[in-house]
Design a protein around this ligand. Structure first.
Ligand code: UDP
Length: 196
């Protein structure tokens, strides 16, 4: 979807011309970043061969396609990079951190923090993301990429504590191993990660 699919859409836009294509890229293009917060000018720190790499690398390639099609065929293209978005209508079994924690708290279960919870994320509310998408589509000076996140990063532990406080103060945090190549704050990138 992120490579062949994007090329198909680009070729379609090339054929019909009179349209703006917004490419939804991702903060994953930064991999496990060495800069916090990430500016659009940062090139990232992506593992080529890790379990997340097929996603990261394909989204990076898609951005390159957009730039080349813009340059060669002068198409009306835009790129935003979506950060961790949350809001109504997330699937309960989505597996992402916000929905997991809320579902666990509502079910009276412990909150499952992976690693020590000091990893950070930039959470974006879905309405803000949609507003950003509309703004970038309705102008033609900025092609992007434009990062759509939160100027403040929050630790996963802070998120767990907020969910516990708001939903059920009796719940506990249960810690389990961090998945491989999980993006970490810069001070963690050269440390040995906890294995349990
Ligand atoms: N995470 C967690 N518990 C969960 C789900 C996720 O501690 O039940 C952590 C996960 O390891 C990561 C962060 O929360 O460090 C965000 O995970 P998510 O899958 O939501 O987003 P992504 O890693 O793609 O940014």
């Amino acid at each position: 979807a992120s490579t062949v699919g994007v090329l198909n859409v680009l070729n379609f836009v090339k054929k019909i011309r009179k349209t703006v294509m917004l490419h939804s890229s991702t903060s994953e293009v930064y991999g496990d970043p060495n800069e916090h917060p990430q500016k659009e000018s940062y090139f990232g720190n992506v593992n080529i061969l890790g379990p997340r790499s097929c996603y990261d690398e394909s989204k990076r390639m898609a951005e390159t396609f957009i730039y080349e099609y813009k340059k060669i065929f002068k198409l009306d293209l835009r790129i935003i990079r979506i950060f961790n978005t949350y809001g109504p209508r997330m699937r309960p079994d989505d597996g992402r951190v916000v929905s997991n924690f809320i579902i666990q708290a509502l079910s009276g279960e412990d909150i499952t923090v992976y690693g020590d919870g000091k990893q950070t994320r930039s959470f974006c509310y879905v309405d803000d993301l949609i507003e950003a998408m509309i703004l970038i589509m309705n102008q033609d000076e900025i092609i992007g990429p434009v990062n759509t996140g939160n100027p403040n990063e929050f630790t996963i532990k802070e998120l767990a504590e907020m969910v516990i406080e708001k939903i059920n103060p009796d719940l506990q945090i249960s810690y389990s191993p961090l998945p491989q190549d999980d993006p970490m704050p810069v001070s963690y990138t050269h440390l040995t990660l906890p294995t349990n």
